[in-house]
Unconditional design. Structure first.
Length: 193
């Protein structure tokens, strides 16, 4: 147990330290992604009517899914480090907290105008602006700013909830064996109006 705990902490320290450098260049994209990923559901949306994204959306919640070498992070910790399910779950949560916490998005608001422009405001301060578009079947939201264009998958768009997600992939040696593992992050953010 103590050996696993030490290996887990060393692994998490190495991962978090090294990934901070790798993630700095992705931080803007990831923040925008997280800020735009919306988790939605509505009990009264039985009809498949098209709903407009126009309006003001306030952050509600987010989820972060991590897979490593095409398996869940929990399964990876069990297989690669011999962790128990409880240890693997704790390591998974610690890893996720190293990327984002709920407080990171508190006060985030998206405003989509009818003229195709958008603003992202954090605590009522302008953080980003640009243009947006939604494809014909309301499944892809594209945000374009001066620096980049990002496509988000729309999981749900209803009158009062919007859920979008985006995925990032990168390689990193998590096991100190000089072989990079494939890390895939799926960020899902919920907004309400």
């Amino acid at each position: 147990m103590e050996i696993f705990y030490f290996r887990e902490n060393m692994f998490l320290f190495k991962l978090q330290t090294s990934m901070k450098n790798s993630l700095l260049k992705f931080s803007f994209a990831i923040f925008a992604i997280l800020s735009l990923t919306f988790f939605t559901s509505c009990g009264n949306d039985d009809d498949p009517e098209m709903v407009s994204i126009e309006g003001t959306w306030d952050y509600d919640e987010f989820d972060l899914e991590i897979s490593i070498n095409n398996m869940s992070d929990v399964d990876f910790f069990i297989q690669e480090f011999g962790a128990t399910p409880a240890q693997a779950t704790a390591a998974s949560q610690s890893l996720k907290d190293g990327f984002f916490e709920s407080d990171d998005f508190e006060g985030t608001r998206f405003i989509f105008a009818s003229n195709g422009s958008y603003e992202i405001r954090v605590d009522d301060q302008l953080d980003e602006s640009g243009t947006y578009s939604v494809n014909a079947d309301n499944t892809i939201l594209t945000l374009s700013s001066d620096s980049e264009s990002i496509d988000f998958e729309i999981a749900e768009l209803s009158r009062n909830r919007l859920t979008i997600s985006v995925e990032e992939r990168f390689e990193f040696d998590l096991t100190d064996d000089d072989i990079d593992e494939l890390l895939e992050l799926k960020i899902i953010i919920s907004f309400i109006r």
